[in-house]
Design a protein around this ligand. Structure first.
Ligand SMILES: [Zn+2]
Length: 189
């Protein structure tokens, strides 16, 4: 079971939300389940994930925390780990993929470490291996969040003197785009 759902029910939700059943998201489901139980189901929890891949969606499917409401933060540390923590006390639980335990599950190990091609390890086999391993490949630790635990407050909004779009005053005297830090270029015909 994953947060009160069967694995099949969870995978159906994953398909709808994420577009397809990703192995990492299935593991992420087990991670959220462990963290949820450890900190207590009734605790008002915020979430931090350490990878932008798969893990944010596991949290968004299984908890009220989303990127949009700011209760979920993505720290791009490139690690397969999830923390859920009490938003008032900052006490929480970090669940991570345990490489030592993964040694007993070579298919999952080889997939995660990029040692095998998709052709040599079809997704059905990998998913099957994850469904068999369940939480055996994960470990968790009680932690206290020291950074990034505060919810971001919206900063003051002002109007950019150059482009006339409104932006958060915290960015500076002009909006970031007008400071030359834009991510796009206008197409002029
Ligand atoms: Zn501007």
């Amino acid at each position: 079971m994953i947060c009160g759902r069967t694995e099949t029910e969870f995978m159906d939700e994953v398909k709808k939300f994420h577009g397809f059943v990703a192995p990492g998201l299935l593991i992420g489901g087990y991670m959220v389940d462990i963290a949820r139980k450890k900190i207590g189901e009734n605790v008002e929890a915020d979430a931090i994930v350490e990878s932008a891949h798969c893990l944010p969606d596991a949290v968004q499917i299984l908890t009220p925390c989303t990127l949009g409401n700011g209760w979920l933060k993505v720290l791009n540390l490139g690690k397969f780990a999830i923390t859920l923590f009490d938003r008032h006390t900052f006490k929480g639980c970090r669940v991570y993929l345990d490489l030592k335990k993964l040694e007993a599950h070579p298919n999952i190990y080889n997939w995660y470490m990029g040692l095998v091609s998709k052709k040599d390890l079809p997704k059905e086999i990998l998913i099957g291996a994850i469904l068999e391993a369940k939480k055996d490949i994960l470990s968790s630790k009680d932690i206290i969040v020291r950074q990034h635990g505060e919810r971001n407050k919206k900063s003051k909004v002002i109007v950019c003197g150059k482009c006339n779009e409104a932006y958060f005053a915290s960015q500076g005297d002009l909006c970031l785009a007008c400071q030359g830090k834009d991510y796009y270029e206008e197409i002029t015909v």
